[in-house]
Design a protein around this ligand. Structure first.
Ligand SMILES: CC(=O)SCCNC(=O)CCNC(=O)[C@H](O)C(C)(C)COP(=O)(O)OP(=O)(O)OC[C@H]1O[C@@H](n2cnc3c(N)ncnc32)[C@H](O)[C@@H]1OP(=O)(O)O
Length: 441
C-alpha cells in the first residue's frame, strides 16, 4: 500500500525509470503503452486505440525521445497497476533558431503527475535531474511550451515568444492592395496527402530564418494535415490545404485549414498551420484564405505579435487580435554559448551577473559587442555583486531573442543595474522583429 506522507526527495517510495519507446514489428511494448496512456490521462484525453498508440510510439521513436516514468512498488486493490507511471516526462534534442544559427536545444514535453501524487516534488525532481543532465551533456538551452504560466519560472524558464489569436473579417471588406505592388508567386489548392511531402522543406527554410523558431517533431505533418484526428483512427477529412509557389514553381509556403462551426452562426474557417518563407508567400497565402467563398471570418491562433498582415490590408479594422499567449519558454543552461550565438544590434561593453536558483547557469560574464560581433567571457562562477547589470536566468531567457525588452524587464524589477548600464544593455539587445515560434510541442 502506498503511503501518502512526505516529499519524494525524502522518500524511497518512488522509482524513476528512463527508457526509449519500445516498438517491435508494430507491437508497442507494455512499458511504453502504460507510459503513453498515463500521459493521456494526465491531459484528460481519450485513451489511445491500438492504431493511434502504434502511431504515437512510432513518432516518439522517430524523435528519439527519452521517456521518464516514476513508479510506485505497489498499488491498492482495484487501482491502476504499478506498471502505470504516476508521473511522466519526456525530452529530446531539437534546434532553436536564433535567426543566425540553429542552437541545439533540450526540449521538454509530456509532463504529468497523477493527481494523487501531486505536490510532493515529483516534477521538481524530474526537472532538476533533466536540466542538470542536459547541461552536463553540453546543451546550451532548454525549451518547453507550458500548460500554465505559473509552473516553470521557478525552474529558470522565461517566456521567450508570444503569439496572437486573430480574427479576420473576410466579407467584402477583405483586400490586400499591397499584393499588387510586385508580389510574386501563385497559390493553388493542394492534395491533403501532398502536405507531408513538402511541409518539411518549407518549414526548414522558415525555421532557419526565423528567430525563436523551434524544430518540429516527427508528428508535425500528421498534426497539420488531419492525419492525427484527436484520438480517432481515421483522418479528419475536413482539413484542406493550399501551397504558395515562387516564380520558379517551387512551393515556398503552405497553409492547412478547415471550416468550423462558429459560436455565433458566422461561417468560419480556422487556419490550422501557416508556414511562409517570405513576405510574398505570407501575403499570398492570406490572400487565398481571406478570399474563400462563403466564409465570413478566419481565425488563427499563432499569428506574429508584430504581424505584417494588418499593415497590408485595405481595412485594418478587419483584423482583430482576440488574445495573446505565451508560446515558447526558454531556459538558458550555458550563457556563454547562448549570448555568442545571437545577433547584436548595438556595440558596448559591460559585466553581466546571472542568478540561477538551480545554479546551472549562474556566473558573471564580460559581454562585449563590437560591430555587432559579440565576445563573451565568464569572469566568475557566481553572480558578482559589483557587476554592471544583474539578471535572473528566467529573465535572461525572456530577453535572449528579444521577446522581452531589457527596459520592460528592468521596470518590472527583474533586471538590476545603474541606469546607464541598463540603457546600454537595452541598445545591445534590441531586435528589429519580435521572435516567433509556430511549433507546439
Ligand atoms: C511542458 C509540459 O508538459 S506542460 C504540462 C504540465 N502538466 C500539466 O499541466 C498536467 C496537470 N498537472 C500536473 O500533472 C502536475 O500538477 C504538475 C506536473 C504541473 C506539477 O507536478 P507536481 O509533482 O505536483 O509538482 P511539484 O510537487 O514538484 O512542485 C514543484 C513546484 O511547482 C509548484 N507547482 C506545481 N504545480 C503548479 C501549478 N499548477 N501552478 C503553480 N505552481 C505549481 C509547486 O508548488 C512547487 O513549488 P516549490 O517547489 O517552489 O515549493
Amino acid at each position: 500500500m502506498v503511503t501518502y506522507a512526505g516529499r519524494v526527495t525524502d522518500s524511497d517510495e518512488y522509482q524513476i525509470r528512463r527508457f526509449r519507446a519500445g516498438l517491435q514489428d508494430g507491437t508497442v511494448s507494455p512499458e511504453t503503452e502504460a507510459w503513453l496512456q498515463a500521459v493521456n490521462r494526465g491531459f484528460h484525453e481519450q485513451a489511445f486505440t491500438p492504431k493511434t498508440l502504434r502511431r504515437e510510439a512510432e513518432f516518439i521513436r522517430a524523435d528519439d525521445r527519452l521517456m521518464t516514468g516514476v513508479y510506485v512498488d505497489a498499488t491498492p486493490v482495484h487501482s491502476v497497476g504499478a506498471e502505470v507511471p504516476v508521473a511522466t516526462f519526456t525530452t529530446y534534442t531539437s534546434t532553436l533558431s536564433t535567426g543566425e544559427t540553429l542552437l541545439p536545444a533540450h526540449l521538454i514535453s509530456d509532463v504529468t503527475v497523477r493527481p494523487t501524487h501531486r505536490r510532493r516534488g515529483l516534477l521538481r525532481r524530474m526537472m532538476t535531474e533533466s536540466l542538470t543532465a542536459a547541461r552536463d551533456a553540453g546543451l546550451p538551452i532548454a525549451a518547453l511550451t507550458a500548460s500554465e504560466a505559473t509552473i516553470y519560472g521557478r525552474f529558470g524558464f522565461g517566456v521567450a515568444t508570444q503569439t496572437s489569436t486573430i480574427e479576420l473579417d473576410t466579407t467584402s471588406r477583405f483586400a490586400l492592395p499591397s499584393l499588387d505592388r510586385g508580389a510574386v508567386g501563385t497559390v493553388e489548392l493542394a492534395r491533403r496527402e501532398a502536405i507531408a511531402e513538402v511541409a518539411g522543406d518549407i518549414f526548414a527554410r522558415f525555421h532557419a530564418a526565423t528567430r525563436g523558431s523551434v524544430g518540429r517533431q516527427a508528428s508535425y505533418p500528421a498534426r497539420i494535415d488531419g492525419t492525427i484526428n484527436g484520438h480517432a483512427d481515421e483522418p479528419d477529412l475536413t482539413v484542406r490545404a493550399a501551397l504558395h509557389y515562387d516564380a520558379d514553381g517551387t512551393p515556398d509556403g503552405c497553409v492547412t485549414y478547415q471550416h468550423v462551426e462558429s459560436r455565433d452562426a458566422v461561417s468560419e474557417v480556422k487556419v490550422i498551420d501557416l508556414v511562409a518563407t517570405g513576405p510574398d508567400s505570407y501575403l499570398g497565402l492570406w490572400n487565398f484564405v481571406g478570399n474563400l467563398d462563403l466564409i465570413q471570418r478566419v481565425r488563427y491562433d499563432a499569428a506574429r505579435i508584430d504581424d505584417p498582415l494588418p499593415w497590408a490590408m485595405a481595412d485594418t479594422r478587419g483584423y482583430r487580435v482576440t488574445g495573446r499567449d505565451d508560446r515558447l519558454w526558454l531556459r538558458i543552461l550555458d550563457p556563454l554559448t547562448c549570448l555568442q550565438s545571437r545577433r547584436w544590434s548595438g556595440d558596448g561593453e559591460l559585466s553581466l551577473a546571472v542568478e540561477d536558483p538551480l545554479g546551472l547557469a549562474a556566473g558573471t560574464f564580460d559581454l562585449g559587442v563590437s560591430g555587432g560581433v559579440p565576445s563573451v567571457q565568464q569572469t566568475a562562477a557566481a553572480p558578482r555583486p559589483d557587476a554592471d547589470v544583474t539578471v535572473d536566468v528566467a529573465s535572461l531567457g525572456s530577453a535572449f531573442l528579444g521577446g522581452a525588452t531589457i527596459g520592460a524587464l528592468a521596470d518590472a524589477g527583474r533586471i538590476r543595474g545603474g541606469g546607464t548600464a541598463v540603457a546600454q544593455l537595452s541598445r545591445m539587445f534590441a531586435v528589429d522583429r519580435a521572435p516567433y515560434c509556430i511549433t507546439h510541442f
